[in-house]
Design a protein around this ligand. Structure first.
Ligand code: BT5
Length: 253
């Protein structure tokens, strides 16, 4: 069923054959006043990006590369948790389309059998008191074959096709937008407690021994929980460290 069952998410669509980055396009139209729920979706991104100036591989018609514009009424302090919210919605949509053991690697990669299927990059523009816009940039590999991935992350990446599923991008996008809208309206109405619990239930990181890497430094410990701000809590044996998303990467020990 590819019908879109949402109130606002995906009701306005900017469709592009090719773009540098849907996040950059979304920023432009958000500044010009694009309304909440508008999405920018492209067949390919020339310079799709991840965190820390890393690239995101986005080949023509072999994935869903899109950005969703939000104008939430909650405070800027809460916005960092939107990244977790995005992961919950996307993970649920993906499970519904046949990858039942998709899970979330903190903070917001979606993995299937230990390999990355989805990357998410959330941006915000806000003053101290008020959020102007949030952009959720989401990239999902659908039709990329194993040997087509660039060599440097080939072993760590996967796609629907790779996992044996020939998914309709249209159905998948509709499923994800539906789940995202549900989770978002809960966050707006009730706050983020349920979002955090939903995130915990879908996480593949909690309970794992992890290595936390920041720059040239790293330490290991057990990922025990996330706190109220969405930070990862890692028990090193001698102390519990609080890990803030953004400039660290974690991997299983
Ligand atoms: C991310 O960064 O994973 C966030 C990616 C967000 C992409 C979306 S697509 C729509 C929107 N427009 C944009 O320009 N971006 C957003 P990070 O956690 O930094 O991971 C980046 C790393 O993932 C790279 O250095 C590679 O190792 C790996 N990678 C790159 N492309 C990949 C892909 N298609 N599938 C799996 N892994 C990939």
């Amino acid at each position: 069923d590819s019908a879109l069952h949402t109130e606002t998410f995906g009701r306005h669509v900017v469709y592009l054959e090719s773009t540098q980055s849907t996040n950059e396009e979304a920023k432009k139209i958000a500044r010009e006043g694009a309304e909440e729920g508008t999405i920018v979706v492209a067949e390919e991104q020339i310079t799709g990006h991840g965190r820390l100036a890393r690239g995101f591989y986005s080949p023509f018609a072999k994935g869903i590369w899109f950005s969703l514009i939000l104008r939430p009424k909650f405070f800027p302090m809460e916005a960092s948790k939107c990244t977790l919210l995005a992961a919950v919605g996307v993970c649920r949509g993906i499970r519904r389309m046949g990858l039942a053991d998709a899970g979330i690697k903190w903070p917001n990669d979606i993995l299937v059998h230990g390999k990355k299927l989805v990357g998410i990059l959330t941006l915000m523009s806000a003053s101290m008191e008020k959020i102007d816009y949030i952009i959720m940039g989401i990239g999902i590999n659908t039709g990329i074959k194993k040997n087509e991935f660039p060599e440097d992350f080939r072993e760590g990446a996967t796609s629907f096709l790779n996992e044996g599923i020939n998914v309709s991008r249209k159905d998948l996008l509709a499923a994800i937008l539906g789940e995202l809208e549900k989770e978002y309206s809960i966050a707006q109405d009730e706050g983020f407690d349920k979002v955090l619990d939903d995130w915990r239930a879908l996480s593949v990181t909690l309970g794992q021994e992890v290595r936390v890497i920041f720059g040239d430094d790293s330490y290991t410990g057990k990922a025990v929980d996330i706190d109220r701000d969405g930070c990862l809590l890692v028990n090193t044996g001698s102390e519990v460290k609080r890990v803030i998303a953004g400039d660290v990467s974690i991997r299983p020990v």
